[in-house]
Design a protein. Sequence first.
Length: 317
Amino acid sequence: MHLGTMLGGRSNLDFADGLVGLVACEGDADFRELPEILRVPVVVMAFELERNSGGFAGLVESNLSAEEMQAMERGLEAIGAATALTLFRRIGSRFPGGSLAISPRKRSVAVEKLEREADGELFAAEDAEYAEAAEDVLALLRAFSTERSAAIVEALQARRPGLTLPVERIFDLEDEHLVWALGDHVRHVRFPAGGTEGLASEERVFLGLQAFRDELCSGGFQGLLWSERGALLSEIGPLLLREIGAERSAGLVDRAVALFGPQGPSPDPEARRQQLMSFEEDASDELAALDDDGEEDTAELEHALVNWIRANKEAFL
């Protein structure tokens, strides 16, 4: 198994996003357990996102922990991001201890002091220098990951059993691990390029249901409808949810779709966002209420999904 096979021929951004998704780091405690080879994509992607959204000031004032900042410096060095590393260290030299590897609170206090002393926008010179260098850290991350593909895949396999376990053994896992492991198997082993051609109909349905569940758990109906994947609401639909036994979730979907009138939510993300922004107050309140009502229904959806998977085991073998 190779990263290029698992992630397909994507852009550098999609490759990095896919790799971070495979690592699936959840919180500081999980980050501390990651082997160094898997920390690199996590911190490099964090560098790119934070710096792109708010420049170096945004990176400095982020909630990244001291350990994550320390790992970020090592990660930039590992991928050979010379300009980013130089500027990261230069900025860090102005902070207590000469490093950005301090708590977010201490960085915030230091930033306030630096702002009072600054002549102009804080870190503007570093932002300008980085822009002029046009260094692509995601391209460097891709090259690093491709070169070290075997080590990364080995670390991922130890972390995510669905990438290596025979599918028969995946069905021996406890319910709480089954969906995640089977998702890895279908998405990255059965058809690793990211499409659905060649998959059994049950496998395609499973991927849609898993994505729908994940979106609801992370952002609720409001987050799902606003996101690029909002079309899942119509693609999954109440009929399929009722077929797998998620009756309460189906009722919530009925209520969500009804808010958009006879035409339903648009499959186009921008058009759907315009629909959401045109909602009257009552409709907006009802959408918010769906998320409150849905908090208790995620367990029902999870239980129904697991039961449906086990009932359709033969389709996945």
